[in-house]
Every structure is written in C-alpha cells, then in structure tokens.
Design a protein around this ligand. Structure first.
Ligand code: NOJ
Length: 701
C-alpha cells in the first residue's frame, strides 16, 4: 500500500510492505520539497504497540500494562513483555535518529491525541523509555531539503529483539536493498498471476480475476480468520468450513500454503469424522512456536485450554468436514500430487489415518447422521450459521454429501480403489434419489425440516419461503433433474435477485422461531436474514453455467462484482475491489450497503465460478477440461493457464453467438477429439498434456 500526501509544499509517499521471508514491515518513505525555498523538516516515524492477546488484555489489563517494557539503544527501539521474553518487537530506521520516545504518553502529551502530539509540536522527542505502561516507537529525523530535493528513509517494524533488528537494518541499509525487496515482492505476485491470465470482453471481470479476486482469495487462506478488523482477534483459529473452502481455488497459485492448511484441517478432524469448528492449529504439538519454552505458565489464567477445543457432537456443524473433501480433491487435481492422499495424519482426538481415509470418514459421518426423512441432520448449524436445526434436517448438507461422495468415488478411481469407487458412487446415487424425493417442493427445493418435521423454505412457509444457499448445490451436486434444476434456478431469479446480488432468503423472518434458528432473531435484511449474502452468490453462477445459461451466470457475477461498486461508492461504502461478507437486503433501509470486506469465502468461490465454469477451464485427475458457458454476445476470450508443468494458451471464439458447447477445437494445430456429456449432450475438450507449451483454439457453436 502506498500512502501519499501533498501539504504546503511538501510531498510525501509512504510505501508499506512485508518483504518476502521477513517477519517485518518496511516503510519506504520519500519526502520531497515541491516549493521554491529550502525547508528544514522534522520527521517522526510513529507506531503504537499493542499489548498481549485480546483475551488477556480484556480480562487482566493491569497485568498487560505492568509486563510491558521498552528501551532504545543503538537507534533501535525494543519492546517486550517481561514475562514472555519471546515476544520482542523492534522499531528502527535505517538512518540513525536524532531522538526517540518509547512511552506513548510522553510522545503525545497529557490531554492530547495523535492529532497534536507534544513531541511534534515542540520538534523534539524526550528520550522516554522504561518498564510498565503504554509504549510506542517514535523516531525523530531532521531533514533539510533544497527546492525540488527528495530524501528517502526506511523504517522497519519487526518481530524479534534488538539483535534481529540490527541484522535487518544492515540488510536494508545496503544500496538497492529496499528496491530489490519491492521488486522481489512484485515478482512473487506476478508469478501467481501468470498461472492464469484472462482477456475477456469485460474489463471488470479481467481486473478482478487477474488481480483482485486472486489476491483476496489468497489473503483469506493466509489470514484465515486470525487477523481481521471485524473479528478483533479474540476468536482466533481456523474456521473449519471457511478455511477449507478458501483453499479450493487457491491451490492454483499457492499450493504450499494450501497443503499446510489442509494438513491442519485434517489434523483438526475428530476420528468420528466431523471437524473442530473453530480451532487453533497451535493445539497440536508440531505447530507450536519454536521460541516458546515448553512448560512456561503465564500469570494470567485464561480459561479454555487445548483440551477445550475438542468438542462433541453438540457443537459439531453438519457441513464442516465435507468441504475438506472438495479442498483435498481439487488440490490433487491441480497439482497431480496423488501421494498426498496416502500420507498419514493424526485425528484431533485419537488415532491417525491416511488423507484418503480421513476423507472417507468425513463422507461416512454424514451418511450415518441423517434424520427422519433420510436428509442430513442439521446439528448445530450448516453453512448457514443461523440455521440451528438441532434434530432437524438440512437440504444443503445432503447436496454437499452427494457432491463429496462423487468426488471421493472419482478419487478412488484415480487411486485404483475400485471397491470404494463403486461404493461411493452407489452412496451418491442413493442419497440423490432420497433428496429428489423428499426435498422437491413443487417449484424449488426445500431448505430442510425442523426437528418436528415442519418444512423450511417451502412455498407454504409463512416466512423464509425460499433460501438461496442450497439451490445452486442441487445442480452442482448433480442431484437435480434438468427440469427441476431450471425451475429452481428460475425461482431464485424471480424471488431473490436484485441489482446488487441475490438475497439469502425471502421473505425475511420477523417472527422468532427457535426451531429454525438464530436467523429468526436477526433484523430483517441483515446478514443471514434476507441480506444479499455474498458467499452463496457464487453457487448460482456455477449452477447457471452448468445449465448452459451464460447470460444468467454473468448477470449474477456482475451484480455482485465489487468493481461495479466503483461508481456507486456512496451506496456501497466499501472498497470496490474486494468482496464483502454481505450487502444489506431490500428489507433494510441501507439496501445495497456492503459490510465486512476481505474475509469471506466469496473470493475463492467467485474465482472458481468465473474461471472453472464461466470460462470453463477446470482441472481433473487426468486433464484440463475446456467447457465455457458465456453470454451469447461475447465474441470470444483468451486465457493462459498453467496446469502442472504445462502452459496452455487458449483462444475461445464464438462466431455464432452461443453460450456453451464446443463445435470444434485444435491443439497445436491438430483437430482435437471432443467429449460429449451423456446427460446434456454438451461438448467440451479435454487437454491432457502435463508438460510443454500448447496453443489451443476452441470454436463454440
Ligand atoms: C460467516 C462464517 O464465517 C461462515 O462460516 C458462514 O458460512 C457464514 N457466516 C454464513 O452463516
């Protein structure tokens, strides 16, 4: 990020970035005199240090204050927790400072704020430091600039003690080192972007897919839910379902991080098959921080030790474990790393098994936990946190069950496990038949049943007659017949569509009903109760593409696209380059305003919807399928896709203005054999080379 200002003849630019391989943030600051006269300036670099973890600060703040200390020596400010000597931080500038302050209240002054610090007003720091209290890092530099002259300073805020700071200072003091670090970081991202580049008739689509959605998806995988301004750091841990879903698209650009997350999630699975809904991977010995001495007891007792993170069925969600099946299978399809499936990973509570066996336990768990209609039990919640069905049943999880069982059968084929392939195909077909029989409501699919057998999401329901999140999955899982799929998606369009995206349910609930869940206690038009919830908006894009309706798929993609908020920022009020968790729905006065940007499963799923289903280039165990479904008005698009060690340059042409179906294709100038879907008759191309560079031309028609 670059922060720029122009004020009374002084132009400043502060580029903030984390160099590859360092636990540190660099501030690359340039100050320029744009006026006619020489200027004598004082520059103050300032950071306020935080304290301990949010739970200790909130329960025992006085101890956090008494345990914090700071000092400045050799121009490096060091901040520590006395009782946790492994929590050192440093703040320094590559150029020796004129002065410093380590005590926040001495730098800012009594009765003042960061808007008018006393040190800045007086033009000098007081050299404060010591033990206990509120600490900061403040460094003062004096700079004289002739007209037109610039000076560049480098600040470093890092993890580690003063000695680590000295090493870093020496590293970035070397001529060209900061520029090299910026170039290395840019190259790191360019390499990710190069794995998939698209050029379509939609500039917004290209900007989001080539840069921003890729970036947001990876951010979700890296941060998980550990760091966020809307979650204040007190609920740290891997959200099981969110992390699993985020990884599905990200194995394209960051397979190593995805592999780490999958190992953590699989280790966070109970031997019974369900996942720990929110858990800190530090729970497991192999993830513990190497700097933290074993056996050290903190003076503040925070209730809730490691064992408390292992929860029973009463806190299990009915969907968590099923997403991991998709995550692992997509990772293997992307990377070809079949060996990962045979690696052994422990369960959270007892025992260990191969990754493949973990996936079987996940699918078998759902198979064993069905309700009176044969539909999956709702448990504490499913994807929808606020549908708390307890002994009731959930359509969404039944559709996910079919999806996961089919993926597992496909994996079994790839591994040569023929008995499993047959067993999981039979399971998928059996569950799909139950779902079609029990869940079809006449014009769309029910959302489920309460524990008393009352239908949820039915035309007969007084409120919450139709829900969004499971409807696309009826198609995606292959459960829906073509007629039911088309009808259900038409109902979604009729009842849930808006110019800003699809509503999660309608009409919003206004009457509390705890047999349905907390959703009935949320204000109408907010979050799960009738907001435009972003994440499940991606699934209808996929469903419409599978059904061959390219206009609809793009209508939904465009409605939610953050870039579309660029010219409506007064309404949307959120960065126009990232997805937000939701937008207020039509039942709320803030209709169309976006909330909770960045950490949402939307990025990963929209990336998949756009690239694997609209552009239609999706990896499988044995090849890369090209099966686009675009608006008829698109005359074509191009795409460069790296898959394993191959690079494909794909040109898709649409001379007759259709949405889907490949009329002919060539690979390196040779006509390709087309594959025909036995159910729909839709034709596609399968690219099987895993090495080399290839030119592919595809004509729709
Ligand atoms: C946010 C949660 O992080 C996610 O797991 C959940 O699926 C959605 N809310 C919908 O309830």
């Amino acid at each position: 990020s670059v922060f720029e200002s122009d004020y009374r003849g002084i132009r400043t630019s502060q580029r903030v970035f984390v160099p590859i391989g360092e636990d540190a943030e660099l501030w690359d600051v340039t100050v320029t005199n744009t006026g006619d006269a020489a200027r004598d300036l004082s520059l103050f670099g300032y950071v306020e240090f935080s304290f301990h973890t949010v739970s200790i600060d909130n329960q025992n703040f006085q101890m956090s204050l008494y345990a914090a200390g700071s000092s400045c020596a050799d121009g490096i400010i060091e901040y520590d927790f006395y009782y946790e000597p492994w929590t050192y931080h440093h703040f320094l500038a590559v150029d020796q400072p004129e002065g410093f302050d380590c005590r926040r209240d001495d730098f800012i002054g009594l009765g003042r704020t960061e808007a008018n610090p006393i040190a800045v007003e007086q033009g000098r720091c007081s050299g404060s430091a010591g033990t206990t209290g509120n600490h900061c890092g403040a460094l003062h530099h004096k700079v004289t600039l002739a007209p037109g002259e610039s000076q560049r300073l480098t600040y470093i805020l890092g993890y580690g003690d003063r000695a680590v700071g000295q090493r870093r200072r020496a590293k970035y003091a070397a001529p060209g080192a900061v520029d090299a670090a910026i170039a290395e970081l840019a190259q790191h991202w360019r390499a990710k972007q190069a794995r998939l580049r698209v050029a379509t008739p939609s500039q917004d689509f290209d900007t989001l897919i080539n840069t921003w959605t890729l970036y947001q998806m990876e951010t979700c995988v890296v941060w998980s839910r550990f760091a966020s301004f809307v979650e204040v750091g007190g609920r740290t841990g891997l959200g099981y379902r969110d992390t699993a879903q985020d990884t599905i698209g990200a194995s394209l650009a960051n397979p190593a991080k995805v592999n780490q997350r999958m190992r953590e999630l699989l280790h966070g699975q109970m031997a019974a098959g369900y996942g720990l809904h929110l858990f800190d991977p530090l729970l497991f010995a192999e993830n513990q921080h190497p700097d933290i001495p074993v056996g050290v007891k903190l003076p503040t007792v925070v209730p809730g030790g490691a064992a408390d993170q292992l929860h029973g069925l009463e806190d299990a969600c009915s969907d968590d474990h099923l997403w991991v099946v998709g995550a692992v299978v997509e990772y293997v399809k992307e990377t070809g790393d079949l060996g990962f499936l045979r690696e052994v990973i422990p369960f959270a509570d007892e025992g260990e098994a191969t990754v493949y066996e973990h996936l079987k336990r996940a699918v078998d768990f759902t198979d064993a936990h069905v309700g009176a209609h044969g539909i999956a039990q709702g448990l504490r919640a499913d994807w929808n946190d606020c549908l708390n069905l307890g002994g009731g049943e959930t359509a969404l999880v039944t559709f996910l069950h079919v999806w996961a069982a089919r993926l597992l059968a496909e994996t079994a084929v790839a591994l040569g496990e023929t008995a499993d392939a047959a067993a999981y195909t039979a399971m998928a077909n059996r569950v799909a038949a139950v779902a079609e029989r029990e869940l079809w409501d006449g014009a769309w699919y029910l959302r489920g049943f309460t524990k008393d057998g009352v239908k949820i999401g039915s035309a007969a329901s007084p409120e919450g007659q139709i829900f969004l999140e499971h409807m696309g999955w009826a198609v995606l899982s292959g459960v829906a017949s073509r007629d039911h799929g088309l009808a259900a998606m038409d109902a979604v369009h009729d009842k849930l569509a808006s110019p800003y995206g699809l509503h999660l349910c309608a009409p919003s609930f206004t009457t509390v009903d705890d047999s349905i869940g907390y959703v009935t206690r949320v204000y109408p038009g907010v979050k799960e109760n009738g907001a435009i919830f972003s994440h499940p908006n991606a699934w209808p894009v996929i469903a419409e593409a599978i059904l061959g309706r390219g206009e609809r798929a793009m209508e939904y993609y465009d409605a939610l696209a953050p870039a579309r908020g660029n010219d409506a920022i007064e309404r949307r009020r959120t960065e126009p380059y990232v997805y937000a968790q939701f937008l207020y729905g039509r039942d709320h006065e803030w209709y169309g305003r976006a909330e909770n940007p960045w950490l949402t499963g939307t990025a990963g799923w929209m990336y998949q919807a756009a690239t694997k289903y609209v552009l239609g280039v999706r990896p499988g165990f044995g090849g890369l399928t090209v099966d686009p479904c675009v608006p008829g008005e698109w005359t074509g698009f191009t795409l460069t896709r790296r898959w394993r060690d191959a690079v494909y340059h794909i040109e898709v042409r649409n001379p007759s203005g259709v949405s889907a179906g490949v009329a002919q294709a060539t690979v390196d100038g040779t006509p390709a054999t087309l594959t025909t879907d036995p159910l729909t008759g839709r034709t596609s191309v399968l690219l099987t080379a895993t090495t080399g560079e290839h030119e592919v031309v595809v004509d729709l028609g």
